[in-house]
Ligand binder design. Structure first.
Ligand code: XLS
Ligand code: NI
Ligand code: NI
Length: 441
């Protein structure tokens, strides 16, 4: 039985680029083949439980703006009944949008208990409720995670807290979240360390805290193998916010960290568009780097407001940006366990249930357009052709010998001096390539 929250909604259909129906897809056509694969299987869209169903619409200057039937009444308690109603509405939305996956934190889906035991029992009970709905609808779990940043016990970090009791509490919490993720057949488990950093170095032993984080992550990996969880473990980099400095700053930093603890073959990254921007990178930079290091896992899709400098988690609406992002995803071989999770929320004035649908429809269409443009660029070798040409010199025997270790610095020097090599600069053709990209988007 429908909750009626969205009124009489039918499943959102693909109507093609000319449609003006706000509740239809114009570019996302799940069964359409793109580069040899169904669009749905390329994009693997997921809806984030927290932004769409748990977030009340607050900002640093004001509280709740959304009125949702599953929010506790003013002064009232949060209950399991409300948590189940929230799940009912969430699965109605996943089904209407036809998105194959969802993602959640423990704190999004169940009211916190008085003890950890009670919190875990509630999580398990909602897990069972999800299992039945997943069975009924065919919707799957892209990833589960633990919220180790909202409660005040985590204000000075979870794994990196100066208090070993917080480390232990976080470990027990993560264990329970991996357990439920595994039970629900989750394709990944994500760790985002919002408070794993510092506000000031004056009270922080950075060396010790990084070592704590290393041990914590190693235990997560050991546990995953012990229980036979088949999903990937993913770290989600972010440079700051809420902390002034976060230890998982960006893809390069995470890779160094994984190497230090011997985890580079065990853990991959979940790269978020807005976090890349906060770190002073482009999204495609983070994707290309992760792919080149062999740690590309999944993406969190959103965008920041480029003027405010905050992690505003808006829905993506810039097709050229998405084209470059999915170009890197395709070049990396596409998703395996990963997918495209909308870690994006409405603006706080977007009060209507329909706004939730429209926001996702727009984001989904934007990604679909980006994917299609990226696939055509690859098919036409629009960028890879000029790239191969640019590096063609390296196909020659003498050039290969320099890289393979067959030449010493002295030998190279001798060859250059005796043959009188004078390198001739060639155009990098940036504007030409930018114009080429614009032909596809
Ligand atoms: C916050 C993060 C968070 C993670 C999951 O900035 O993006 O939402 O994706 O904990
Ligand atoms: Ni984020
Ligand atoms: Ni995220």
């Amino acid at each position: 039985m429908s909750t009626g929250f969205f009124g009489d909604i039918a499943k959102i259909q693909y109507e093609g680029p000319d449609s003006t129906n706000p509740l239809a897809y114009r570019f996302y056509n799940p069964d359409e083949m793109v580069a040899g694969k169904r669009m749905e299987d390329h994009l693997r869209f997921a809806i984030a439980y927290w932004h769409s169903f748990a977030w009340p619409g607050g900002d640093p200057f004001g509280g709740q703006t959304f009125d949702r039937p599953w929010f506790p009444k003013a002064g009232g308690a949060d209950t399991m009944d409300l948590a189940r109603l929230k799940a009912d509405v969430a699965f109605e939305m996943f089904s209407a949008l036809g998105t194959p996956f969802f993602c959640f934190h423990d704190a999004d889906v169940r009211p916190e208990g008085d003890t950890l035991k009670e919190s875990i029992a509630r999580l398990d009970s909602i897990g069972d409720y999800f299992a039945a709905k997943m069975e009924e609808t065919g919707i799957r779990l892209l990833w589960g995670t633990a919220n180790l940043f909202s409660h005040r016990r985590y204000m000075a970090g979870a794994a990196t807290n100066p208090d070993p009791d917080v480390f232990a509490y976080a470990a027990a919490t993560v264990k329970s979240c991996i357990d439920v993720t595994r039970r629900l057949g989750g394709a990944n488990y994500v760790l985002w360390g919002g408070r794993e950093g510092y506000e000031t170095l004056l009270n922080t032993d950075l060396k010790r805290e990084r070592a704590q984080a290393g041990r914590f992550l190693s235990m997560v990996v050991e546990y995953k193998h012990r229980i036979g969880f088949e999903g990937a473990i993913l770290i989600e980099p972010k440079p700051q916010e809420p902390t002034k400095h976060q230890y998982d700053f960006d893809v390069a930093t995470v890779y160094g960290f994984l190497k230090e603890y011997g985890l580079e073959n065990e853990v991959k990254v979940n790269i978020e568009q807005g976090h890349a921007i906060l770190a002073g990178h482009s999204f495609e930079h983070e994707l290309a780097l992760a792919a080149s290091l062999g740690i590309f896992g999944s993406i969190d899709m959103n965008r920041n407001d480029y003027q405010s400098g905050w992690d505003t988690d808006q829905f993506p609406n810039n097709v050229p940006e998405m084209a470059l992002a999915f170009y890197e995803v395709l070049r990396a071989g596409g998703f395996t366990t990963g997918g495209t999770n909308f870690d994006a929320k409405l603006r706080r004035q977007s009060l209507d249930p329909q706004d939730l649908l429209i926001a996702h429809i727009g984001g989904i269409d934007c990604c679909a357009r980006g994917l299609k443009a990226a696939a055509r660029m690859i098919e036409d070798k629009a960028l890879s052709g000029p790239l191969d040409e640019r590096y063609a010199g390296w196909n020659e025997a003498e050039a290969k010998a320099m890289l393979s270790g067959e030449r010493t610095l002295e030998q190279i020097s001798q060859r250059v001096l005796s043959s009188g090599i004078e390198p001739q600069p060639k155009s990098g053709r940036q504007e030409y390539l930018e114009n080429v990209v614009n032909r596809y988007v």
